[in-house]
Design a protein around this ligand. Structure first.
Ligand code: ADP
Ligand code: MG
Length: 229
């Protein structure tokens, strides 16, 4: 198990700078995206029709990278409150399903038991999207990402497992996952897992990875059950 806190400290100064750049870049990016979208809907030009989706996709990717850096940079103002984890899971799956359909990956969600956790809704979603997306990206020629949510009343925790039928990880990869900038993907940032681990821990949860090469990976996340009312 790695300790991401050391790296978080080292990144602090760089992160503050990154955050201000990111904000500045984001606004024009949003404007450009809006205009490209508008142009592509309002044209008979075949070239525009053909290339607009590519432009939009690349803009979205840029935005995603900025989001990851921003999360790293921000001192994460947490709002811990009662969150219906099923809602967050459904939203996440819903958001990623179109991407899955394109990649021949089906997402399956099973939930069982009382579903309120004590956490931050926004960051929970971001953490889950990171993990589910990694599972999807690990699948090369079609497969399944299965998400199970159960409750352990005794331990007062919710357990979420995200299993994929992807390519799995070597010992080396398992050791390095979560270190800043560690990625095996040509278009990866190597920040997702680090951010995810930090977010989950800040919410009083845990995250662990189990993997078998060429078989798949299971990520287990626990979160504290909400105990008020
Ligand atoms: P990125 O997705 O940008 O590469 P992450 O921090 O999300 O960054 O993941 C780091 C690395 O961990 C990935 O590049 C990949 O090698 C490995 N990894 C993470 N999740 C999985 C998974 N479900 N199956 C296989 N490898 C994974
Ligand atoms: Mg990732």
């Amino acid at each position: 198990q790695f300790d991401d806190m050391i790296y978080v400290d080292k990144l602090a100064t760089v992160s503050e700078m990154a955050a201000s750049f990111a904000h500045e870049i984001r606004n024009p990016l949003t404007t450009v995206r809006g205009f490209v979208q508008f142009l592509s809907e309002d044209t008979t030009d075949e070239n525009v029709k053909k290339f607009a989706p590519v432009i939009l996709e690349e803009l979205d990717r840029t935005n995603q990278i900025i989001t990851e850096y921003l999360t790293l940079a921000k001192p994460t103002p947490f709002e811990r409150q009662k969150v219906n984890i099923d809602d967050v899971l459904y939203t996440s799956v819903h958001l990623l399903s179109p991407l899955g359909a394109m990649a021949n990956v089906s997402l399956q969600l099973y939930t069982e038991g009382k579903s309120d956790v004590y956490g931050d809704k926004h960051y929970l979603k971001q953490a889950l999207l990171n993990v589910i997306k990694n599972g999807m990206e690990a699948i090369e020629y079609g497969g399944v990402v299965t998400i199970h949510k159960t409750v352990n009343e005794k331990e007062k925790e919710v357990i979420i497992t995200i299993s994929d039928t992807g390519k799995g990880m070597t010992e080396e990869q398992l050791k390095n996952i979560g270190l800043p900038y560690y990625t095996t993907k040509s278009k990866g940032t190597g920040l997702g897992s680090m951010i995810t681990a930090r977010l989950i821990r800040q919410m009083g949860g845990t995250i662990t990875y189990e993997s078998r090469l060429n078989v798949g990976t299971t990520v287990t996340i626990t979160l504290p059950l909400y105990e008020g009312d």
